[in-house]
Structures are given as structure tokens and as C-alpha cells.
Ligand binder design. Structure first.
Ligand code: GDP
Ligand code: MN
Length: 399
């Protein structure tokens, strides 16, 4: 789960990490009032969406020249003008995709004079099992571009969980940033606080881009992206409360209500599978035969007919779906339960796209019989390869 920049900065503040002062604002009045509480003379108005690249982004309704989602202002009135322009409009950045995201919240912050911009992030490195710092002197810009063009300018420093953060980790971060003297001390202390926050709040990733050196010689976090391990959210009710469902895929929210593992993708073949591994395999084989999956969906081992029906509805509600492949290997899951779930859902929402069903395993004969007797227009398949070929062909025939 991700949170907004202003929320992430509140979390960082509570760990003593230096961030500029600022206030969230939901409308232009609040934005103006927020500026009134800051010293000035420069303010920054920042669109709060769960995507980066806001500074270089542009608003759909305003055109490319009107300014992006991070703007400097020199008075409370100017803050208000920017706020009024940004709110309720659609910000398009390299990370939002062409549809962009509607801006519903703003953050108004004290402006900083920037001498230098760095990149600093923390993430879980699955290869080593360490929490790693990723550090670069090339901050402020798109880190993917730096990684592509000058990979030697990005350093990774792992922290062994057995020792936790030690002073030498702090010195290594400072060195990687090219800092000495007092600034190296600041960088070491800052790295330690970020690590503490990361571990204490079960974060999955924490990205500070840019970390800046200000005109008065201070290191400060100017941007913050924070993601949490969803499985650990029950330990952090205050973080769970920060969830902004308007930033998430509506289909994924609905799926999580039914305890389904669902991830929306941009293809056109909806998949309903039991078991994460089989779901991955199904997506691969769809690709292999020239199709593209519209989603990952694992209905789980002990799914009920209601849960299967809910899953089916989520798939059919996706306007991109041009065909559906149901691939069930009944182990714990019974094929007749799956069949009943599908039929319940189709009766409710109808079926306007080709549906290929491959059932195998426990109660397969009963399952197939239920589908046959339902009178539904189902293409049945014998094995996974056959099923994938049939759905790719059925979708291809439509276009
Ligand atoms: P992002 O574009 O979504 O990553 O948003 P950021 O918060 O990183 O802001 C983008 C850029 O705006 C930063 O890299 C800075 O160059 C600039 N910026 C942000 N805050 C300030 C500020 O207080 N003063 C100045 N001069 N520039 C800022
Ligand atoms: Mn940034």
C-alpha cells in the first residue's frame, strides 16, 4: 500500500528526519491558509497523487504550458491561484500513463533554496535478503534514466538484518553521496533515521528524490514516496487509515474485499485460475500463443461459489476484456463449486464475450455436467495448452 507525499513526510517527521514544513490542503481556501502559516517568501504547491514525475507533468485540461504538478509561488494569493488550477484537474506524468490522475489533494510547503539534489532510497533486496540503500549523486531526475545511461552513478549498500544499521553504514551512504565533514555527519544520521522508520513501520520501499542540500547547508528530504507491506498493515492501524482508495484500481479494491489475489493488467484475456503458480503459468501460456492477459487472478484453494461469482464479475466488469479463460485444477478446490460460481455470476451479469473453461481434478465430471446443462455458450478445453489456444483464437476472431 502506498501513501501520499504529505502523509509520508508526517511519518518521516515523527522519526526526526528533516523535511520542510508544510500543510495538506483539500481546496483553494485551505491552500491559501496553509501559506499563511508558513514563513515564505517562497512556497511550493504540490499535487498529491500516487505517482512520480509530477514536476515535469502537465494538466490535461490546461495544456502543456500551464505548468506541472509541483509549482513555486511567491505569495499566499499565488498559492491560491495554483491550487485552484490544479484541484479537480487531471495530471499526466510519465508514471500515471496517458489517462493521468485527478488531483484531489494538495500539499503546500515552505520553499527551499536548492544547492544540490541527491537520490536516496531504501528497499528490500530480495536477492540478498537485506534492506538496501540505493544512493546516487544524480538526484532530482528520473532515476530510471540514470540507471540506464550512467549505471555506475548508482550505488547499493545492503544492511544485514542481523546487525541492523551501524555507524559504518551511515559513513558509506555519506561517501556515496560525495559528502564530507558536517554534511557527512548529517547524511549518516539521516540514513540511520530513515532505516529506523523503514523497519519500524514495515515499509517495502522509501524513496527520497530529491534529497537536497539547501543554501544554508542543511540536508533535507524534498520528496518522499512510501510503500508498505500490506501483510503487516494490521500492526500499523494509523498507516492503514492513510489509505486513499481513489488512488487504487477499483477492481483491485473490490477483489481485496472478497479476499481474492487480483492484479489488473492491460491485456484483453481475463483469467480465473486457482493457485498463484498456475495463474502465472496460465498467463505465460496465453502470451506464448500470442494473447495478452487482462489480469492475474488467484481465487485461492478453498473458494466458495460466491467468491468465484465475485471474481467472475470483476473480470467481466473490465471493459478491456474480450474473452475469458477459466483454468482450474481441482485439488482442494472442487470443480463443481467453480462451475456453480460461474453460472451464478453469468445469470446475474450476463456473458458477452467468449468463455473457455478448462477443468481438471476433484469432481471434474460433476463440474463439466453443471456447465453443459446450464446451456451457457462455453468452449470447453481438455488441457492448458488447448485452452490457451482456444481463447486466443476466439478473441482473435472477434477483431
Ligand atoms: P516529482 O516530480 O513528483 O518527483 O516531485 P518532487 O517533489 O520531486 O519535485 C520535483 C522537482 O521540483 C524537484 O526535483 C525540485 O527540483 C523542484 N522542487 C521541489 N520543491 C522545491 C523547492 O522547495 N524549491 C525549489 N527551488 N525547487 C523545488
Ligand atoms: Mn521526486
Amino acid at each position: 500500500m502506498h501513501i501520499h507525499e504529505y502523509q509520508a513526510k508526517d511519518v518521516l517527521r515523527s522519526y526526526g528526519v528533516p523535511v520542510p514544513d508544510g500543510f495538506a490542503a483539500m481546496d483553494a481556501d485551505e491552500a491559501q491558509a496553509a501559506a499563511g502559516k508558513l514563513p515564505g517568501p517562497v512556497f511550493v504547491v504540490k499535487a498529491q497523487i500516487h505517482a512520480g514525475g509530477r514536476g515535469k507533468g502537465s494538466f490535461k485540461e490546461l495544456g502543456a504550458d500551464a505548468g506541472g504538478g509541483v509549482r513555486l509561488a511567491r505569495s499566499a494569493d499565488e498559492v491560491r491561484e495554483h491550487a485552484a488550477q490544479m484541484l479537480n484537474n487531471t495530471l499526466v506524468t510519465v508514471q500515471t500513463g496517458p489517462d493521468g490522475k485527478q488531483v484531489n489533494r494538495l500539499y503546500v510547503e515552505a520553499g527551499s533554496q536548492i544547492d544540490k539534489e541527491f537520490y536516496l532510497s531504501l528497499l528490500v533486496d530480495r536477492a540478498t535478503g537485506f534492506t538496501s540503500f540505493v544512493v546516487s549523486t544524480e538526484g532530482g531526475m528520473d532515476i530510471e534514466t540514470v540507471a540506464h545511461e550512467t549505471p555506475e552513478k548508482i550505488l547499493t549498500l545492503g544492511v544485514d538484518p542481523a546487525t541492523g544499521f551501524m555507524p559504518h553504514h551511515g559513513r558509506a551512504v555519506a561517501k556515496a553521496l560525495g559528502l564530507t565533514g558536517d554534511l557527512a555527519k548529517q547524511a549518516g544520521a539521516l540514513a540511520g533515521k530513515l532505516y529506523t522508520a523503514f523497519m519500524a513501520r514495515d515499509m517495502e520501499m522509501l524513496e527520497i528524490n530529491p534529497l537536497v542540500l539547501t543554501g544554508d547547508g542543511q540536508l533535507r528530504c524534498l520528496d518522499a514516496k512510501m510503500g508498505f507491506d500490506s501483510n503487516a498493515l494490521s500492526r500499523h492501524p494509523d498507516i492503514a487509515e492513510m489509505r486513499d482508495e481513489t488512488e487504487e484500481d477499483a477492481k483491485e479494491i473490490e477483489a481485496s474485499r472478497h479476499d481474492l489475489s487480483y492484479i489488473a493488467l492491460d491485456g484483453d484475456i481475463g483469467c480465473m485460475v486457482n493457485g498463484a503458480g498456475l495463474a502465472m503459468g496460465t498467463m505465460d501460456i496465453i502470451k506464448y500463443h500470442g494473447g495478452t492477459p487482462a489480469n492475474f487472478l488467484d481465487v485461492g484453494g478453498g473458494a466458495t461459489a460466491e467468491k468465484v461469482a465475485a471474481a467472475f464479475k470483476i473480470i467481466t466488469a473490465d471493459p478491456n476484456v474480450k474473452g475469458i479463460l477459466v483454468n482450474i485444477f481441482g485439488g482442494i478446490m472442487r470443480c463443481d463449486v467453480i462451475a456453480e460460481g460461474i453460472i451464478t455470476a453469468v445469470k446475474e451479469v450476463g456473458l458477452s464475450v467468449p468463455l473457455v473453461v478448462r477443468l481438471e481434478g476433484t469432481k471434474v465430471a460433476e463440474g463439466k455436467k453443471i456447465i453443459e446443462e446450464s446451456g451457457l455458450n462455453v468452449i470447453s478445453a481438455d488441457d492448458l495448452d488447448d485452452a490457451a489456444q482456444k481463447i486466443v483464437k476466439a478473441v482473435g476472431d472477434l477483431s
